[in-house]
Design a protein around this ligand. Structure first.
Ligand code: CP
Ligand code: NVA
Length: 314
């Protein structure tokens, strides 16, 4: 494999916008190679390297895929629940970042506030990867783009429909799709749109790539003739206190059900980063139905994680 060819220009992955278009393509290409040719563990490229995982929030896929990826590449991981660190007793992020950098070779952090990712990136001397903040989820979007490419063979001319909350996954997905030249239609209720900085970034990228970006209110307008339909939870971690208000805003109008999916192309795929709440943002017939590719999407987390780790650590 030509894995050693990946090199990433920035020493942090705070958002998908930290990667150039070519870097995204390389990460996906190598991930596809890992998936097809080198799935198991004959690769020792990261022997002797340690990945620290600092998590303020729960995780199933992100933690599992990074830990498995490191193991299969010959490296080691240390999981740090932030409640168990001196951080929870008032040690600063700056001092925590400097300390982690003394021992580990790379840090994945899952945090509430994106400012924490920025502080970590500024104060660590090792690469810092955002494993989800309130604003972005770049590793998820690399797996999503890989999944789209696997099923659709190209990014060119595709239309992706986002239905639901303008959340962390949405922000990076719109940026990532715009970078790849995918047309985007996002159906998001008023008051739940991505931040203006994200909308501006997506609009500018779409202009550069000659693709289209439309923010609409009606889910049918987004899903009509779409190649890819994506949603996520209406209540992200940290928004639990707004649970009732969010549910009454989003359900049933923004729920992806069989009727809404019937407006997409016959060969459209349905994606969701998981965890999903069946009966809220998506109905079982869709997420467990024949257009759904959510399990392949989840598996692809492992393969892109390997590419990213190799990009930073070899
Ligand atoms: N999609 C995703 O990041 O899942 P986890 O929250 O389980 O890590
Ligand atoms: N938007 C969700 C994604 C979880 C992977 C959240 O932040 O909880």
């Amino acid at each position: 494999m030509m894995i050693s060819m990946i090199s990433l220009s920035k020493k942090y992955l705070r958002s998908i916008s930290d990667l150039t278009d070519n870097e995204i393509r390389s990460i996906i290409e190598y991930a596809i190679e890992f998936k097809n040719k080198d799935r198991t563990n004959n690769n020792q490229s990261l022997a002797g390297k340690t990945l620290a995982l600092m998590f303020e929030k729960p995780s199933t896929r992100t933690r599992l895929s990074f830990e498995t990826a490191m193991f299969q590449l010959g490296g080691n991981t240390i999981y740090l629940n932030s409640n168990d660190l001196q951080l929870s007793r008032g040690e600063s992020i700056e001092d925590t970042a400097k300390t982690i950098s003394l021992y580990a070779d790379c840090l994945v952090a899952r945090v509430y506030s994106h400012d924490t990712i920025l502080d970590l990136a500024q104060n660590c001397t090792i690469p810092v990867i955002n494993g989800l903040s309130d604003l972005y989820h770049p590793c998820q979007i690399l797996a999503d783009l890989m999944t789209i490419l696997e099923y659709k063979k190209t990014f060119e001319g595709l239309t992706l429909a986002w239905v639901g909350d303008g959340n962390n996954v949405c922000n990076d997905l719109l940026i990532g799709c715009a970078k790849m030249g995918i047309n985007i239609k996002a159906a998001i209720p008023q008051g739940y749109e991505p931040p203006q900085t994200v909308l501006d970034l997506v609009t500018n990228e779409a202009k550069l790539k000659n693709s289209r970006f439309a923010l609409v209110r009606e889910p049918i307008d987004a899903v009509q003739n779409a190649d890819v339909v994506v949603t996520d939870t209406f209540v992200s971690i940290g928004h639990e206190k707004d649970d009732e208000k969010r549910r009454s805003t989003f359900v049933p109008k923004y729920q992806v059900n069989g009727k809404l999916m019937s407006y997409s192309k016959d060969d459209a795929i349905f994606m969701h980063c998981l965890p999903a709440k069946r009966g809220q943002e998506v109905t079982p017939d869709v997420i467990d139905g024949k257009k759904s590719v959510v399990w392949n999407e989840a598996e692809n987390r492992l393969h892109v994680q390997k590419s990213v780790l190799i990009g930073y650590l070899s």
